[in-house]
Design a protein around this ligand. Structure first.
Ligand SMILES: Cc1ncc(COP(=O)(O)O)c(C=O)c1O
Length: 435
């Protein structure tokens, strides 16, 4: 028996700091981690009795609130029937149902689903499938195009197609070469399109990967569907496979079920994770068209896609995803998406001209407020911790991306709870000094 069973907040923090290495966190911690013992709806309950509003859906995964009963019960039921089974040579009803229900919701002709465990692996699968597609066709193409400022995850392939510098600096030598085109800023879209065209003229491009309409980690940077449609059209004309990374934007975040619903063109591959299980279980999927899959329908063993993870299509995760889908497609959730989107737009109008605001933008349930600072906009803006603490002191969890504050709440947030967050944001704006 472990000798320390006290479990007070201070005790948990002490033991945590001794043995646990947290993601995206310095080992010289400026701020202690908060022990959470319960979640309910939009609220997180800490060991020492605080109730904190989860304004970022716990890293963008939670859709229907914490400890949602419908999903919890589906997982519990599944756990008593089949917890896991190897997914090579075997299958199970949950995975089949999920594929049957999810694929028709995606735009384009998505016909096959490949399972993995998280957003980064969903991206790795898409990149590897795209490269092997060309290999299998015996017309090898190696180049991938991505947008500047992109974030697609933390594995090596995903890092390679993401913005260089910062997080990736220690690994730079090992990242494969990628052609980056400028982010399609408003009224500068032609720069992106021209750069894209030039690459297509010069090189044999295998794939184009993008976060549709919203670059999350880059600071909730938003761009227009029209320019993305143009890029996809150009890519398709050159035979290039288009990969929509909907890991963040999927499952209602942008107001539509998927960000690609705003497009006329359709991707060939779609990466999904985060909200797929409503935030209960780790799961990633990569959907592809039959045209992509057909390159792998060959008897030659060298043409097989040799990729897999131990927990591929875990039945508990599939049960959670099916239950989350029930809720997502039901009327109350649709009404909530409308309500949140509408409230964000009203608040955006209210604070748009505030002296502390450089820009405010919104799409669906995502609201981002870029604050004016002397340092300028950057993920590494030194005032980020001050902002984080300001809201935490008011029992609201927001994780600013540098000087960009954003709100991405679980869909069950009430109008009153939203107003509470807006009031705190206004308080911050009124007290904000640029220096
Ligand atoms: C667009 C996008 N792709 C991929 C990922 C990586 O997902 P994961 O953290 O589950 O590996 C993220 C994570 O934030 C993301 O925003």
């Amino acid at each position: 028996m472990h000798k320390n069973l006290e479990n007070s907040s201070a005790d948990l923090q002490r033991r945590d700091s001794k043995h646990i290495w947290h993601p995206f966190s310095s080992l010289v911690p400026a701020m202690p981690v908060l022990p959470v013992v319960k979640g309910e709806g939009v609220w997180l309950y800490t060991e020492d009795g605080r109730k904190i509003l989860d304004g970022v859906s716990s890293w963008w995964v939670n859709l229907h609130g914490h400890a949602n009963q419908h999903i919890a019960q589906a997982i519990a039921k599944q756990a008593q029937t089949l917890e896991h089974v190897i997914f090579a040579g075997f299958t199970h009803p949950g995975a089949i149902q999920l594929a049957e229900r999810l694929l028709p919701l995606l735009t384009g002709q998505q016909e096959l689903l490949f399972f993995s465990d998280n957003g980064s692996t969903a991206v790795e699968v898409a990149l590897k499938m795209s490269l092997q597609y060309w290999y299998n066709h015996q017309k090898p193409r190696y180049k991938i195009i991505a947008l500047e400022g992109a974030y697609h995850g933390d594995t090596f392939g995903a890092m390679s197609v993401g913005e260089r510098g910062g997080f990736n600096m220690p690994f730079e030598e090992h990242l494969f070469e990628v052609a980056f085109v400028p982010f399609p800023e408003k009224e500068k879209e032609s720069d992106t399109i021209n750069a894209f065209r030039k690459i297509l003229e010069k090189e044999a491009v295998a794939a184009f990967i993008f976060e549709p309409l919203v670059q999350g980690s880059a600071g909730m940077r938003m761009y227009a569907p029209e320019v993305l449609d143009t890029l996809i059209k150009l890519a398709h004309a050159a035979g290039v496979l288009c990969i929509a990374d909907e890991v963040m934007t999927g499952f209602g975040r942008t107001g539509e079920l998927f960000a690609c619903n705003y497009l006329q063109e359709a991707p060939d591959l779609v990466c999904l994770s985060k909200g797929i299980t409503g935030g209960f279980m780790p799961l990633g999927v990569t959907a592809c068209t039959e045209a992509v899959a057909s390159a792998f329908r060959q008897a030659d063993p060298a043409k097989t896609f040799y990729h897999g993870h131990s927990y591929t299509a875990n039945p508990l995760a599939c049960a959670a995803a099916l239950a989350s889908l029930d809720l997502l497609l039901a009327e109350p959730c649709k009404a909530q998406l409308q309500m949140i989107g509408g409230q964000h737009l009203l608040f955006m109008e209210k604070i748009g001209q505030h002296a502390a605001v450089k820009e405010v933008r919104s799409r669906g349930t995502i609201l981002a407020i870029e604050l004016k600072t002397a340092e300028g906009t950057s993920y590494h803006n030194t005032r980020r911790n001050e902002l984080y603490q300001y809201f935490l002191d008011r029992n609201i969890l927001l994780r600013p991306l540098g000087n960009v504050l954003y709100l991405m709440p679980p869909y069950v947030i009430s109008r009153e709870e939203l107003q509470g967050v807006y009031a705190a944001v206004e308080g911050l704006l009124d007290s904000w000094a640029e220096n």
